[in-house]
Design a protein around this ligand. Structure first.
Ligand code: SAM
Length: 289
């Protein structure tokens, strides 16, 4: 994959992006995947799993803010948050920015991702690892949701790899049924659903599965520069359809109370509400309501 001073992403067989490498920082074969961290010339430090870009220091804020602030502020009173995957710690940091959150449990299958993120990407999680509200578990997300007590979380955030390999279980009927069970009355789950211009099946198939367990299934969009191919979709599955209808004013008020307003670089109340307006080429992959 590393050729001369370039790294080519191997996500798609016939199209992709590449980075000029200043320095390779780590290359580890864990029990689950090939992990690489390097210093790029243009995007700060970059982490790849099995040749696929997971995070870059330059644009991580887009993905992390949208995956975190949208569900928490749509819910409005989330105190207990479950994070699956997200070993870099970026979602954990954003969740704990909400002063309304009392408990954040993060379940990541690969301890090596956490170790390398702490060593080479310390700014992504900041002090979140040491926050007394955080509990970090190295384990399989599917096992955790099977065993979690009913009604024990308000929001589930799934920041997983794509539905191949170890991440596949996080896109199954069983996973979503357990999420519905462990969530409280107005609970919701969001997850990364890929870039629909290139990975339409991911959105289409997982939306159908979510619809078996949740009353309101939808998606919202974010433009993440290094998840190439246009908008990426974040999957939405809520028990209460009203959560998606929060107004700009309501969201702003909640963000103010939670300590989020003015602390973001992508998320704003307007972008929060606008992100649910989908181009038809994306909306056509959602179940018709
Ligand atoms: N934001 C990036 C993205 O979407 O490309 C980061 C993804 S994050 C690093 C994905 C994490 O999900 C990986 O660290 C991977 O080990 C973890 N993961 C995959 N399958 C899992 C499972 N079954 N249980 C818990 N974590 C899992």
């Amino acid at each position: 994959m590393a050729t001369d001073s370039w790294v080519n992403e191997t996500l798609y067989s016939a199209w992709g992006q590449r980075f000029r490498v200043v320095r390779e920082l780590a290359r580890v074969q864990s029990d689950f995947q090939d992990i690489m961290v390097f210093q790029s010339e243009t995007h700060g430090r970059v982490m790849l799993l099995d040749g696929v870009v997971q995070i870059t220091e330059a644009d991580e804020f887009v993905y992390q803010e949208m995956l975190t602030h949208v569900p928490l502020l749509a819910h409005g009173a989330a105190k207990r948050v479950l994070i699956i995957g997200a070993g870099d710690g970026g979602v954990l940091r954003r969740v704990l920015q909400h002063n309304t959150v009392e408990r954040a449990v993060m379940v990541e299958i690969d301890g090596e991702v956490i170790r390398l993120a702490k060593e080479y990407l310390p700014g992504i999680a900041g002090d979140a690892w040491n926050d007394p509200r955080a509990e970090v578990i190295v384990g399989d997300g599917i096992d955790y949701v099977r065993q979690a007590e009913a009604g024990s979380f308000d929001v589930v955030i799934v920041d997983s790899t794509d539905p191949i390999g170890v991440g596949e279980v996080l896109f199954t009927d069983e996973f979503y049924a357990n999420c519905a069970r462990l969530l409280s009355e107005h609970g919701l789950v969001v997850n990364q659903c890929g870039v629909p211009f290139m990975q339409a099946d991911e959105l289409h198939e997982t939306s159908l599965r979510r619809a078996k367990a949740f009353a309101d299934v939808f998606a919202y969009v974010a433009a993440v520069p290094t998840y190439v191919g246009g908008f990426m979709t974040l999957g939405w599955a809520a028990k209460d359809p009203a959560l998606r209808a929060a107004t700009v004013g309501e969201v702003r008020e909640r963000a103010q109370a939670a300590g989020i307003l003015g602390a973001t670089r992508y998320w704003t109340p307007e972008i929060h509400c606008g992100a649910f307006n989908l181009p038809p080429y994306i909306a056509e992959h959602l179940p018709r309501g």
